[in-house]
Design a binder for this molecule. Structure first.
Ligand code: ZN
Length: 387
């Protein structure tokens, strides 16, 4: 019986990658993501790999937060400006997609739908006005918290000191409600256990956990328990399975930690943190025992079994992770996931959901259909750069 190949599937359903960190390379290293670059993802390799939609996040290194009030805001705006510069420089390859209609238009014209995101609520500097500003300047996804705890939300990391709520504070709940009103996707990856429960109890819209794995397979703090997977499913949300080797398998986490203690790794130097991070990742990729990409498929299969096939997607964390599983080295490789899922007996309609259908569903539901008035409210791009 003839069946779809994974190439047919990618033509029908472009991949939606819910979490990618590549903008830092463009800002700090001058890489042009519209061309083939070092690192994990650029638009050239993404297109080859069937990428149709990508959340390009603005992640703020803690050193910018430590610089004092306004530090996180400045760095976030500088990264966001990089997104808009990319879209302006390569209008034939990527288009800003602030809602479902714009995402469809990007796909129809053969372009990648680019969705700016922010990883970590510190970027809003404790104000809803900053949240609104980011929305007006194109941001459509906010990961509520990164690994640093905030006075309005606890992350999944240990060591929360005094002044950190167990879950979401009242202000934290107001952030969730404001995101619902604006049409911004709530991302619960990195959130603590009670923060996830509080966010789910507060939101009226579906959420995502953009880049996480399953705790039942590897008990890493960044992964989700089966109960959390079911709670996200009950909300109508989606978990994006991550490619981070340390989250995927215990042995890989231990080996990565061991290698990071080596003299050779510690000697890696470069002109700035982003350059060092890139070199460290390349070194780990070369020196660590390859982790077969079947492990990523195992997490997808588990999440689909527990949460249901309508609640699983992809969130690689490309350019935010040191090394990748073997076979998923860069953005040209997404098709292999489709191939493996077909081999494991997934129906073509179900593979389509995992590749991008489910993430698209949440994105459309949260951002709404989009209207001309809504688009006109977007501030001129120049303001992003000059802010
Ligand atoms: Zn992350």
């Amino acid at each position: 019986m003839p069946t779809d190949t994974h190439a047919d599937l990618l033509a029908r359903q472009p991949v939606f990658d819910a979490h990618v960190d590549s903008l830092q390379r463009q800002l700090d290293l001058g890489h042009d993501l519209g061309r083939r670059t070092r690192g994990h993802l650029d638009l050239v390799r993404g297109k080859q790999g069937g990428l149709g939609s990508v959340v390009l996040v603005n992640w703020v290194d803690p050193k910018h937060i430590a610089a004092g009030p306004g530090g996180a805001r400045r760095r976030t705006r500088a990264l966001l400006a990089q997104f808009h510069e990319l879209a302006a420089a390569h209008p034939d390859q990527i288009a800003w997609a602030g809602n479902g209609a714009l995402l469809d238009a990007a796909h129809a014209s053969g372009r990648i739908a680019g969705i700016p995101g922010i990883e970590g609520g510190h970027s809003i500097e404790g104000t809803l006005e900053d949240l609104d500003w980011y929305f007006e300047h194109g941001v459509r996804v906010l990961t509520l918290v990164w690994n640093n705890h905030l006075d309005w939300i606890r992350s999944c990391q240990p060591g929360a000191g005094p002044g950190i709520p167990e879950g979401l504070s009242e202000f934290g709940k107001s952030v969730v409600r404001r995101m619902n009103e604006l049409g911004m996707v709530i991302d619960l990856s990195h959130s603590g256990e009670k923060s996830i429960a509080d966010a789910l109890a507060t939101t009226t819209k579906p959420v995502i956990a953009s880049h996480s794995g399953c705790k039942a397979i590897h008990g890493h703090q960044r992964n989700l328990t089966d109960d959390q997977l079911r709670a996200i499913a009950a909300n109508g949300g989606v978990v994006g399975i991550v490619f981070c080797t340390a989250f995927l398998k215990d042995e890989a986490q231990k080996e990565d930690a061991r290698l990071r203690e080596s003299a050779e790794y510690k000697a890696i130097a470069g002109p700035n943190d982003t350059d060092v991070f890139l070199r460290q990742g390349e070194w780990l990729q070369e020196h660590a025992t390859p982790l077969p990409m079947e492990v990523v498929v195992d997490h997808i299969v588990h999440a689909a079994r527990v949460a249901g096939i309508d609640h699983v997607g992809l969130g690689s964390d490309f350019d935010g992770i040191g090394r990748t599983p073997e076979g998923l080295e860069d953005a040209g490789c997404y098709g292999r996931i489709a191939e493996r899922l077909l081999e494991r007996g997934f129906a073509t309609a179900d593979v389509v959901k995992v590749l991008g259908g489910n993430m698209e569903r949440v994105f459309r539901a949260v951002t709404g259909p989009g209207t001309a008035a809504h688009r006109a409210r977007l501030a001129p791009l120049a303001r992003v750069g000059s802010a």
